[in-house]
Design a protein around this ligand. Structure first.
Ligand code: CU
Length: 295
């Protein structure tokens, strides 16, 4: 009875301080420090809340398991430590059925739980739109990106990151980085392909990446929900200049999207690039135009 009372007195300040600490959390902290969650801003895409939720919940579950495990380890080390004058081995415990069943069943439940939630979210993320508003073919190549705007029959061909000789050491010419322009709030289907080796299409703030495999088309279906510029990179080691295989995703209003498409048309980038094998399209002066942004 007395013990219960004491526990309750302990629980109140713990709960109160927990509430205060959590309410002081920023959006980034509440989402397990994933990128793309800022105060008062809409989600970056229609998928990011779901992915953030899976990540954060997994961490909470695993931290609880960790706290119990660390607690038990510390407890046994302290309580069952060798005391002065003790010799020989302590009482050996083995074939304790309740414990054996416990540490078989609990991990099984955890693994099945992680599997179930991952499968549920993956199915939702991987579902393709019945009728996407915008179809874009993204072609990875050593070491840049080509973008075919399928509905509009225009394209943009990218070059690998160009070192900025006037800027700080290691910096790149920002305006030369290939840019994929997407209209906000539209159902976008990206067909991911490769010309040469396996690459991986990764827009960091979209919290999702997918391999680009020669001879196979992978799809990414996403609705960008926040206007802005996001960094992307190749996430599969693909050769010497893998680290320069960068791109940007610019999510813009529909009017700006139309203007961008028009600028590609004016620049003569009409038609579609094929994904035939060609190793020499990633440097200035090749088929790729050197300045990407028409507007
Ligand atoms: Cu690559």
């Amino acid at each position: 009875m007395r013990k219960n009372h004491r526990l309750r007195w302990a629980a109140i300040p713990i709960a109160a301080s927990l509430a205060i600490v959590l309410s002081g959390c920023t959006q980034a902290q509440l989402h397990g420090f994933l990128p793309g969650f800022e105060e008062g801003q809409p989600a970056v895409t229609n998928q990011t809340d779901r992915i953030g939720g899976l990540w954060t919940t997994s961490w909470i579950v695993l931290l609880v398991v960790g706290l119990i495990t660390w607690g038990l380890i510390i407890w046994t080390v302290v309580v069952y430590r060798r005391r002065k004058g003790q010799t020989g081995l302590p009482v050996q415990l083995r074939y304790n059925m309740p414990i054996e069943i416990f540490y078989t069943v609990v991990p099984l439940i955890l693994v099945l739980g992680f599997f179930a939630f991952t499968a549920r979210d993956q199915a939702a993320i991987e579902a393709r739109f019945d009728s996407p508003d915008v179809k874009i073919e993204v072609i990875g190549k050593q070491w840049a990106w080509d973008f075919n705007y399928v509905n509009e029959d225009v394209y943009s061909s990218g070059i690998q990151g160009q070192p900025d000789l006037e800027g700080a050491k290691g910096s790149l010419v920002e305006s030369e980085i290939p840019t994929l322009v997407l209209p906000v709030g539209k159902k976008i289907e990206l067909a991911l392909e490769s010309r040469d080796v396996i690459h991986s299409f990764w827009v960091i703030d979209f919290l999702y990446k997918k391999d680009m495999i020669p001879g196979k088309t992978n799809y990414m279906s996403v609705i960008p929900e926040r206007i802005g510029t996001y960094s992307g990179k190749c996430a599969e080691l693909c050769g010497e200049y893998h680290s320069l295989m960068l791109f940007k995703v610019k999510v813009v209003s529909e009017a700006d999207y139309e203007a961008y498409i028009q600028s590609l048309r004016v620049a003569g980038s009409v038609g579609q690039l094929d994904n035939g094998y060609n190793r020499n399209q990633n440097l200035p002066g090749t088929t790729a135009p050197t300045v990407q942004e028409g507007n």
